[in-house]
Design a protein around this ligand. Structure first.
Ligand code: MLT
Ligand code: MN
Ligand code: ZN
Length: 304
C-alpha cells in the first residue's frame, strides 16, 4: 500500500495568510528549520495508479500537481482519483470538492450521513456540485465494519465514529452526533497491511485504542501541542478540546497514548501552525522524536 501525504497542515495551513505567530512569522523570515504545509489530505493506493483521496483540501490543485502518480493518463479528461472519503465536513477537508467540479463523471464520495447533511445544508457543496459533475454519495459505516470501493478492489476500509466536533456551520454544532467525524482503518487485502487515519481525534475511546494496536502505521491528530495553545499565542481562548483535538503533551496527551502502541510507525498529521513541533529544533519536537513519533509533511510517501 502506498500512502501520499498531500497536505499535513490543519485548517489555515502553515503559514496561515493572516498569522503572525511565532512559527508563521519565523517561517516567513527564514529563521526556523521547518517546512510549509498545505491543508489536510492524503491519498492511498494499492497499485500506484488508482487512488482514494481522503478529504479534499482548499489546496487540492497544488497538491495534485505536485504528485505525478495521480495525474491524468488516459484520454482528454482523466484522474487517478477514483473515490473520495471525507473524515468530517470541515472547510479544510471539503472545500476542495468545489475544485473537482470539472470531473466528467459524478464524484464517488464516501462519508457519514451527518457529513452529507452538513454538506447539503450549512455548507451546501453537494447541492452546488449538482450543477456541475454531481455526487454519488455512499454512506460509511460508523461501527468499524468494512466496505470496499469497486475501482480499488485490493483495499478494504473500516470506518468508525470518533468524538470530535461538527463545524460551526453544522445544524448540530452543539449537539454531537455519531458520524460528525470518523477514523478509518485502510487494509490492503493482498498484503494484510493496515493504516489508521484519524486527523481529528478528540478522545481516545476503546475502539480507537483497539484500532491503533492492530495497524502497521498511524497518521493521527497532531493539531495542538497544548490544550491552551491558541490562548498562549494570543489568538483566541478556544481550547484544543473545544475544537475536538487531543493535544500531544500532558498526562493524557497523544504522546502518552502512543506509548501503548508499540508495533506501528507513528506519524502526526493535521498540524496547526501554532504547534511548536513544526520547529525541527524545538524541545517539543525532540520529545516526539524520543518517543518514536514522526511529524508528517507535504509530499511524504509511506510504503506499507
Ligand atoms: C479543525 O480541524 O478544527 C478545523 O478544520 C479548523 C478550521 O479549519 O477552521
Ligand atoms: Mn481541520
Ligand atoms: Zn501562525
Amino acid at each position: 500500500m502506498k500512502v501520499r501525504v498531500l497536505g499535513a497542515g490543519a485548517g489555515g495551513g502553515f503559514p496561515q495568510w493572516n498569522c503572525n505567530c511565532h512559527n508563521c512569522s519565523r517561517l516567513r523570515r527564514g529563521e526556523v528549520k521547518t517546512r510549509s504545509r498545505t491543508q489536510s489530505s492524503i491519498a492511498v493506493s494499492s497499485d500506484n495508479e488508482n487512488w482514494v483521496l481522503f478529504n479534499a483540501s482548499p489546496d487540492i490543485r497544488t497538491q495534485l500537481e505536485a504528485f505525478p502518480a495521480i495525474h491524468p493518463r488516459h484520454g482528454i479528461r482523466d484522474s487517478g482519483i477514483k473515490a473520495i472519503i471525507l473524515i468530517d465536513s470541515q472547510i479544510d477537508h471539503t472545500t476542495g470538492l468545489l475544485m473537482l467540479r470539472e470531473s466528467t463523471r459524478p464524484l464517488e464520495i464516501y462519508c457519514s450521513e451527518m457529513v452529507k447533511q452538513d454538506l447539503s445544508t450549512g455548507f451546501p457543496v453537494f447541492k452546488m456540485l449538482e450543477h456541475y459533475c454531481g455526487v454519488n454519495h455512499h454512506a460509511t459505516p460508523l461501527d468499524g465494519s468494512a466496505f470496499t470501493i469497486p475501482e480499488i478492489p485490493d483495499l478494504k476500509f473500516h470506518t468508525h465514529s470518533l468524538k470530535s466536533k461538527a463545524p460551526p456551520y453544522s445544524p448540530h454544532r452543539h449537539d454531537p452526533h455519531e458520524g460528525d467525524n470518523i477514523g478509518v482503518i485502510v487494509e490492503q487485502i493482498s498484503s494484510g497491511k493496515k493504516l489508521y487515519y484519524a486527523p481529528g481525534l478528540g478522545e481516545i475511546e476503546p475502539h480507537v485504542s483497539e484500532a491503533m494496536r492492530q495497524v502497521d502505521c498511524l497518521l493521527v491528530d497532531g493539531t495542538f501541542w497544548q490544550e491552551d495553545e491558541m490562548g498562549r499565542a494570543g489568538i483566541c481562548d478556544k481550547l484544543a478540546r473545544d475544537m475536538g483535538h487531543l493535544p500531544q503533551s500532558g498526562p493524557d496527551g497523544m504522546i502518552e497514548v502512543l506509548k501503548n502502541v508499540s508495533r506501528a510507525r507513528k506519524f502526526l498529521i493535521h498540524i496547526n501552525n501554532t504547534n511548536p513541533i513544526l520547529d525541527e529544533d524545538s524541545p517539543e519536537r525532540k520529545a516526539l522524536t524520543a518517543a518514536g513519533i514522526d511529524v508528517a509533511h507535504d509530499g511524504l510517501e509511506i510504503d506499507l
